[in-house]
Design a protein around this ligand. Structure first.
Ligand code: AMP
Length: 582
């Protein structure tokens, strides 16, 4: 199907369409456009798509449409690599199914009290979303019955492979009815996944969102890794520090245009929301206002910004990452018009780094990581503006009355001129301090909320220094990652799967960020994203794998060798001591 403009053109029922209208999606994303029709017809699909493309709705909507509410059975099973994704996918189902009566979805994952899961499973949810290990557990206990299963979704199959879950997935698929429909989503399609697909998937429709290769004109492109609440802080700081004329901010939904516009207004910016709901007359008015400098900031959805051509747009900010490369190119093309220079900034959450890579590949351009201006840079800016204000006021205002007033106050209060000026300067700027005290906005590598709360500057600096040192001295490893040693290994029966599973679930670190695990006889080394918040680190020390606490610590040079060798050869690089544990 080509060029679908609205969800109404897909044969979804009215309850789902109503929910979509409420969440504010304006048009199906490319993966949705291609996946929904075959899934609605009961066909199997293999979709090559990653987070950020809208793949969850691509399978959730058609499968919800196919539920039979007259049956009191579990009809859809979604397998995900991590607990976090199970919860996210369940929430998405819940959102889209909000107008379907008696609908139940249940996430099941390791680490959660099994008693709660057993209680909830007794209600027979129509949809179960779980990690493979826990789903197997329930199948073995016969607390989950797949006899009437209509469809299985394998979400982020490559992640499940990486985490060692593929055998479990194979087992689960073998325990579901042959008649089931299967939808497999994966960012990449390595051979083992193809093999599982061949075994369990019948004549699939293969869907690949072709990233294509597009050239982008001279637009400076940056990204900032951030997510959730921090996006608002980050954009506020960018708006303060960047020199701009017009800014176009892209968000995913209609509702988000309004919400962000209100939040920025509350922070003193004049802006307007542009979305598919507003009338043509209002749209034209907003564009006019943007052109003649009545407003500088417009927050838009892709649909609403189509064809927008305003020369004074100096910046495009992708507040929400676009779902495909083409949309990215289209968005940033709204700046740098008429031969002018443009700047594009992309906010990327840790889960969306795959999409960032696709964009870089598709546009054949590197997107630079940007530095958010810190408090000192903002202070310099504000002080400069304050000085300008003084200069402008001197040249434009008659101040005779104020000369007299100031002299009088000075005498009455016996103040020096400096002291009186300082008081007045303070009063003028007290709502916009010249030396702002910003909370550090930490770039996000970790996905759990509690890690976000912690913005430990010291830890940040430390990990930066450690990283610099390490780059010189350690065996090579991925940038942005720290090397750790844990005190469980082959002799204790540990496997990569157990280690990744434990760390992913207990620290809320996504599997994809747990890299290069090397299992030695009585210990293992692995890489985790740098800047691990202290409380997660402390917690991980106590987490057990094969009945042994991990006792995780930052790896020293000697930690890369088996213990026997270590005794003889303390440091490969001639250092007496490696870096200390955090
Ligand atoms: P996913 O790739 O499934 O993780 O989805 C990424 C984000 O896109 C989620 O926040 C969804 O709520 C959002 N989303 C999914 N489909 C659409 C759509 N058609 N229009 C706007 N946003 C969407």
């Amino acid at each position: 199907m080509q060029n679908i403009e609205t969800f109404n053109e897909l044969n979804l029922n009215s309850s789902l369409l109503k929910a979509l209208k409420e969440v504010g999606y304006e048009k199906p994303s490319p993966i949705q456009e291609k996946s929904i029709p075959p899934l609605l017809e009961g066909q199997d699909i293999i979709g090559q798509a990653q987070t950020g493309t809208g793949k969850t709705a691509a399978f959730a909507l058609p499968l919800l449409n196919r539920l039979d509410f007259s049956l009191h059975t579990t009809q859809i099973l979604v397998l995900t690599p991590t607990r976090e994704l199970s919860i996210q996918v369940s929430e998405a189902f819940q959102t889209y199914a909000r107008h379907l009566e008696n609908f139940h979805v249940l996430p099941v994952y390791g680490g959660q009290d099994i008693k709660i899961q057993l209680k909830n499973l007794r209600r027979i949810p129509q949809v179960v979303v779980g990690t493979p290990g826990r789903v197997m557990d329930h199948l073995r206990r016969k607390t989950l019955n797949l006899a009437s299963l209509k469809a299985v979704v394998l979400d982020e199959a490559d992640e499940m492979l990486r985490m060692g879950f593929l055998e479990d997935v194979d087992w689960i698929l073998g325990h579901a009815p042959d008649s089931k429909q299967v939808a497999l989503f994966s960012a990449t399609m390595p051979a083992p996944i193809r093999k599982v697909a061949q075994k369990h998937i019948k004549n699939p429709v293969e869907i690949k969102i072709d990233s294509g290769t597009t050239t982008v004109k001279a637009i400076d492109q940056y990204y900032w890794q951030v997510s959730g609440v921090h996006k608002l802080d980050a954009i506020t700081r960018i708006l303060e520090a960047e020199e701009y004329e017009g800014i176009l901010i892209f968000v995913r939904t209609r509702n988000a245009t309004v919400e962000l516009s209100e939040k920025l207004e509350a922070r003193g910016h004049t802006c307007a929301a542009l979305n598919g709901d507003i009338t043509q007359a209002r749209r034209e008015k907003i564009v006019e206002q943007l052109k003649n400098k009545k407003i500088d900031i417009v927050i838009a959805t892709d649909v609403a910004a189509r064809g927008l051509d305003v020369k004074r747009i100096t910046h495009v900010i992708n507040f929400d990452i676009p779902g495909d490369v083409e949309t990215y190119v289209h968005r940033i093309g709204r700046t740098g018009r008429a031969g002018r220079k443009g700047k594009a900034i992309l906010f990327v959450s840790p889960r969306e780094t795959g999409m960032l890579k696709s964009i870089e590949k598709g546009t054949r351009q590197k997107i630079e990581r940007m530095q958010l201006p810190g408090p000192d840079a903002i202070a310099d800016l504000r002080i400069g503006q304050f000085k300008n204000l003084i200069r402008e006021t001197i040249s434009s205002q008659n101040l005779d009355f104020f000369y007299d007033l100031v002299r009088q106050i000075q005498q009455d209060e016996s103040l020096t001129i400096e002291k009186l000026s300082a008081v007045l300067a303070y009063l003028v700027q007290k709502d916009r301090p010249l030396r702002p005290q910003f909370k550090e906005i930490k770039e996000e590598n970790f996905s759990k909320d509690k890690s976000r709360k912690k913005s430990d500057k010291k830890l940040d600096r430390k990990s930066e220094n450690v990283q610099k040192k390490k780059n010189k001295e350690k065996p090579s490893h991925d940038a942005g990652m720290d090397l750790y040693r844990i005190e469980v290994g082959k002799d204790h029966g540990a496997t990569a799967r157990e280690i990744v599973g434990a760390i992913a679930n207990e620290a809320g670190i996504e599997g994809r960020y747990i890299n290069n695990i090397k299992i030695h006889s009585d210990f293992s080394v692995l890489e985790l994203p740098e800047g691990m918040p202290k409380e997660i680190f402390q917690h991980l020390k106590k987490v057990r794998v094969c009945h042994r606490p991990l006792k995780i610590h930052a790896a020293k040079d000697g930690d890369f060798f088996e213990s026997e060798k270590k005794k003889k050869k303390p440091s490969k690089h001639g250092r007496k001591e490696g870096r200390k544990g955090k």
